[in-house]
Design a protein. Structure first.
Length: 347
């Protein structure tokens, strides 16, 4: 990309103190971009901002604000010339979304609308959005390809993603200046190699890798594997796990793409290689020399037996490829958890 454009780009990371946002901030700063972070810390900790500064040796502007607050977001745009927005700010716990769907629709849709309105007001034409493989729903064959029709989601969280994709793509149809990049993440795990930032779920982890690492560090007694009677090779579900720093690198490419194109483009961010739950447990044990106590339990409602990405499009168009192995993912997860047994709160 044009070096002059790149040097002067200022990226607003909405929800940038969270797991994916903090790792992306590091990758953007290391690639010469400036970042502004806005987060209400509903699922993160301001300490993440200090750690980003420590890793990169760079200063960043950060705001404790709710992205649904139009006055506050307007002020951020007014005080900073924002070239690209990356929209991470969302509630993401699938089970919770079934219990409090209205809060999920309110937060996730409102943040998107507020950002779009402020972008239009302040002449910002580029947005990269954190979507999910969940939008492929239950009907599609695997591997998932971007050309497939979206499917039926099994929970309100998934529907918010599907709806936000629609809102963003409608907005870019109506405004020919607007560039929208929809990134469909598969299963991000791991942590920055420094061990200074990582995934820090509040309460009992919903996702597999943080649960495993909390068992390893002694915060949980054992892992329950949800189902061992799926029609997969070892009976447990298979997913496309991707190292968080590879995922973060995908955002740098997406920002560059957004700045140079118009319209809506969708990219899967996955490795294309699935692993089963048992393979993940075994890989974690082997990489770190730790035994993980587990037992088999009931299937979790809404889980699909297996899915993974066709990631050719991101490779071909963005020039993006993953480079880290499952062993790296397991080692880096443990490095973060071991050094931060209680996450940022134990700082
Ligand atoms: P996260 O919870 O760690 O980060 C989200 C951040 O947004 C948090 O820091 C939270 O405090 C903030 N936030 C939420 N609502 C806000 C609001 N109204 N105003 C300001 N800040 C707000 O989650 P993550 O894993 O980093 O995920 C980032 C995005 O990617 C989310 O939109 C999530 O749905 C999506 N996603 C995540 C995964 C995954 O496996 N982690 C997979 C697919 C998609
Ligand atoms: C889940 C969400 C998905 C979301 C993604 C990232 C569901 C149904 N799907 O994906 O919408 O985009 O997280 O936030 O929740 N597992 C166990 N024991 C555990 C935890 C998980 O066996 O304690 C298994 C699950 O059954 C699954 C695999 O591990 O087979 C991965 O689970 P998880 O990390 O929650 O990711 P997904 O289910 O793929």
């Amino acid at each position: 990309m044009n070096k002059e454009i790149k040097r002067s780009m200022n990226i607003l990371l909405a929800g940038g103190a969270g797991y994916i946002g903090s790792h992306t901030a590091v990758e953007l700063l290391n690639n010469g971009y400036d970042v502004v972070i806005a987060d209400n810390y509903s699922n993160s900790d301001p300490e993440a901002i200090e750690r980003i500064k420590k890793i990169t040796g760079k200063d960043i502007i950060s705001y404790e604000e709710d992205i649904t607050d139009k006055t506050a977001v307007s002020e951020i745009f007014g005080n900073n010339k924002i070239d690209v927005v990356i929209h991470f700010a969302g509630l993401k716990a699938v089970g919770e979304s079934v219990k409090i769907p209205v809060a999920y629709y309110r937060n996730n849709i409102d943040t998107t609308l507020t950002l779009l309105e402020c972008m239009a007001e302040y002449g910002c034409h580029n947005i990269v959005f954190s979507s999910s493989a969940t939008v492929y729903g239950e009907e599609n064959d695997i591997p998932y390809v971007e050309t497939m029709k979206k499917g039926t989601c099994s929970n309100p969280y998934g529907w918010t993603k599907s709806m936000m994709e629609q809102i963003l793509s409608d907005a870019s149809t109506a405004d020919e200046e607007l560039s929208v990049v929809l990134l469909r993440y598969f299963n991000p795990i791991g942590a920055h190699e420094s061990g200074l930032i990582g995934e820090d779920p509040q309460g009992i982890p919903n996702n597999l890798m943080p649960y495993i690492s909390q068992v390893a560090v002694g915060r949980r007694d054992h892992l329950t594997i949800f189902g061992n009677d799926y029609k997969t090779k070892d009976g447990t579900c298979r997913r496309d796990y991707i190292h968080i720093m590879d995922l973060a690198g995908g955002h740098v490419k997406a920002v560059e793409y957004a700045a140079e194109h118009k319209g809506t483009e969708i990219f899967n961010l996955g490795t294309g290689t699935p692993y089963s739950v048992l393979e993940i447990v075994n890989a974690f044990e082997k990489a770190n020399g730790i035994k993980i106590k587990y037992e088999f339990g009931e299937r979790r409602s809404g889980d699909l037996p297996e899915f993974w990405a066709d990631s050719c499009k991101a490779e071909k168009i963005l020039g993006w490829k993953t480079s880290r192995s499952l062993e790296d993912m397991c080692k880096d997860t443990w490095n973060w958890q071991r050094n931060n047994p209680n996450g940022y709160r134990g700082k």
